[in-house]
Design a protein around this ligand. Structure first.
Ligand code: 6YU
Length: 513
């Protein structure tokens, strides 16, 4: 593990009791770092029966599929997950190559795409290239407002729509081609909704959009599943450090709590679990998802969170991106295709209608990602969709989803005899009571300052009370890498380092991972 100067070697006296709530990437990162720094009284409380949180690799078809995080976004030296995965030797040769690390692809699924229309036709490369290039240009332009003091409109959606309308006026194509271009742009909107985990780009704030940092590197996956990272992080931790099925109900802070039957000093924090157990601690690192905090902020802390923090929790966005994996007996797609896009010819980003969820939820699916290599996964397609439609999908049965998607596939391929998929597995992140969605985004009315406000430890001001009683980590607390595993990991490390610096204010510790 780490070559770290142990804080116990330097200052063996205080060994505070530290509780980490949540055993996802952020919680594990914090635990790993605290132990490396020499803290020994560390305990993780996890609501569910497993580690990983929004990293969840499950057996399906021939291999493992990712119910949550799938790719290392920007696998290169500055990416903490890439660093750790390389150190644990979890990636294949291609991902490790200098060439892979140097390329920039802007967070989209890598590979060759096919574009099928709702009337069962294929769209040729010429029009696809023109539209994808236009969208990339607009997307880059939308990120420039981060550096400027003013923005023309509040949301990313409004900005893109104004730009598209302006460009469309200059198109010289016939009406059918213009409509097809708009329909293709609508697929880009759906993709952007999935990337941001939002219902609509009208909800995403324009000004802070460019603050999210995209790292170089063609996105890659873990050959042994994302879970191989979680397993590798768990391995060096002391046995029993994680208590599973241990949901925390309330964090009582700013108090003076005694451990039962001991003469120990009193603790500022008392963690109350749903099963009634209470655990005193000097420090608590909260890594629960923003979706959980949005629902429970009123009761999750006593005294309640300061108004400034509540305001930021409410303002920041947290939406759903769901996945549906389908296994087929035989592939009906061409082997070179990595993504089969679904282009509804009657759609356009310039036409805003509220969908009838019951009848049209599947229209939000942008397409099917082909899991490759086939030898590892079997014949598996992955459909992704975001927002209200993704939430609605969770209320349907497996066979309803399977039947519906088969109809869609038959229609778009023009092949009515494609058989039903053999099996299905899907995510339900919105109804997951300890997550309540997929990941965070800067919603209209919020900014990076809200992310920093959520990350601020309690108490907020230096009073006589013990500092750093409650600390906050998790993807939604990382200003430039929110919504990713590398953001979550860095946030866990950040809070562990914060505690370490607090106990050793004048000592510089060289921690190497
Ligand atoms: C990435 C990717 N990826 C797809 C989907 C999802 C996510 N992400 P955790 O939730 O993991 O842990 C908290 C724990 O707390 C958890 O175990 C709970 O059970 C527990 N808990 C809750 N309440 C509790 C209580 N009361 N008591 C005790 N325990 C409690 N990231 O790097 N690559 O491909 C994807 C994707 C469907 C759902 C993703 C991806 C996001 C990551 O999964 C996520 O950030 C981290 O795992 C979170 O870790 P954590 O520890 O913070 O929380 C410009 C611009 C745009 C900005 N966005 C662009 C980026 C695109 C990101 N897109 C991701 C897309 C995919 C496909």
């Amino acid at each position: 593990m780490a070559e770290a100067t142990s804080r116990r070697e330097l200052d063996p006296d205080p060994d505070p009791s530290i509780i980490i709530i949540g055993c996802g990437v952020a919680g594990l990162g914090a635990a790993q770092r605290l132990l490396q720094h020499g803290f020994s009284r560390v305990r993780l409380l996890e609501a569910t029966e497993r580690s990983g949180g929004r990293v969840w690799s499950r057996p399906f078809a021939n291999g493992l599929v990712e119910i949550g995080a799938q790719w290392i976004h920007g696998p290169s030296k500055q990416n903490a997950v890439f660093q750790l995965a390389s150190q644990y030797d979890l990636l294949d040769e291609k991902a490790m190559s200098e060439n892979n690390q140097a390329r920039q692809i802007d967070g989209r699924p890598p590979g060759v795409s096919a574009y099928c229309t709702s009337s069962g036709k294929r769209i040729g490369p010429e029009i696809v290239v023109a539209v994808t290039e236009l969208y990339s240009t607009l997307s880059l332009k939308s990120k420039e407002f981060f550096q400027s003091k003013t923005e023309p409109v509040l949301s990313l959606g409004e900005f893109l729509k104004l730009e598209i309308a302006r460009c469309a006026e200059e198109w010289k194509d016939d009406e059918e081609t213009c409509n097809l271009k708009l329909a293709l742009l609508n697929v880009e909107f759906k993709m952007e909704c999935c990337i941001s985990g939002t219902d609509s780009l009208d909800l995403v704030a324009l000004q802070p959009f460019g603050e999210y940092l995209t790292l170089p590197g063609i996105d890659c996956v873990f050959p042994g599943g994302f879970k191989s990272l979680i397993d590798a992080m768990m391995k060096p931790l002391p046995k029993g450090i994680v208590s599973y099925n241990k949901p925390v109900k309330c964090i009582h802070w700013n108090g003076s709590f005694k451990a039962s039957n001991t003469q120990e000093h009193s603790y500022s924090v008392l963690v109350e679990c749903e099963d009634g157990e209470t655990i005193p601690a000097d420090h608590v690192i909260v890594t629960v998802p923003l979706g959980f905090l949005k629902e429970h902020y009123k009761t999750f802390l006593r005294p309640p969170l300061p108004a400034s923090k509540i305001n930021s929790i409410q303002k920041l966005g947290f939406g759903t991106n769901n996945k549906i994996f389908l296994e087929f007996e035989e592939p009906f797609w061409e082997p070179e295709h990595h993504l089969i896009n679904l282009v509804w010819e009657d759609e356009s980003p310039l036409l805003s209608t509220r969908p009838d969820l019951q009848k049209e939820w599947f229209r939000k699916i942008l397409g099917f990602i082909v899991l490759q290599p086939m030898e590892r996964y079997g014949h598996v397609l992955l459909a992704v969709l975001a927002g209200e439609e993704a939430n609605f999908m969770e209320s349907l049965s497996d066979s309803e989803v399977k039947n519906c998607l088969t109809q869609v596939i038959r229609r778009f391929t023009g092949n009515p005899s494609i058989p039903l998929p053999k099996s299905i597995i899907r995510s339900k992140w919105y109804s997951d009571r300890y997550t309540k969605g997929s990941y965070s985004y800067t919603a209209v009315g919020s900014s990076g300052d809200d992310i920093d406000a959520i990350a601020q430890p309690l108490p907020l001001t230096s009073t006589k009370a013990q500092p750093l009683q409650v600390l906050f980590a998790g993807e939604a607390t990382h200003r430039t890498f929110y919504s990713t595993t590398h953001g979550a990991l860095e946030s866990g490390w950040r809070e562990a380092d914060r505690l370490n610096n607090h106990y050793l204010p004048f000592t510089s510790i060289n921690t190497k991972l």
